[in-house]
Design a protein around this ligand. Structure first.
Ligand code: SF4
Ligand code: SF4
Length: 98
């Protein structure tokens, strides 16, 4: 059965996914904030479909709970800041509606 979303807001659409968190030491994505401070383009903010990257008072913050594991930020970051791993079994994103 198709699920019809009421608006186009990214965060609303993300409600159709669920992310199961693992312990911090097994985080599937980590960033190096010192590298991000020197970044000339911040392409992660452009390519991430889930708006997981946010500038807070000039510092890059990563919000893992909305990640859909597309891998785009890992490919876009040419500065060496993003570390990306597959989540361990039973952790990570679950696509609830398809
Ligand atoms: S593109 Fe990479 S280095 Fe630049 S802000 Fe994003 S994560 Fe940091
Ligand atoms: S893997 Fe995809 S959804 Fe997750 S933070 Fe990177 S670009 Fe965003």
């Amino acid at each position: 059965m198709a699920v019809k979303l009421k608006d186009d807001d990214v965060k609303t659409k993300l409600a159709s996914t669920e992310f199961v968190f693992d312990a911090d030491e097994y985080a599937h994505i980590t960033i190096n904030e010192e590298i991000c401070e020197r970044c000339p383009h911040r392409l992660c903010m452009v390519v991430c479909p889930a708006e997981c990257y946010e500038l807070v008072e000039g510092k890059m913050k990563f919000h893992a709970h909305d990640c859909v594991e597309c891998g785009s930020c890992f490919l876009a970051c040419d500065q060496g800041s993003v570390s990306w791993n597959h989540p361990r079994g039973s952790f990570g994103v679950k696509y609830l509606y398809g």
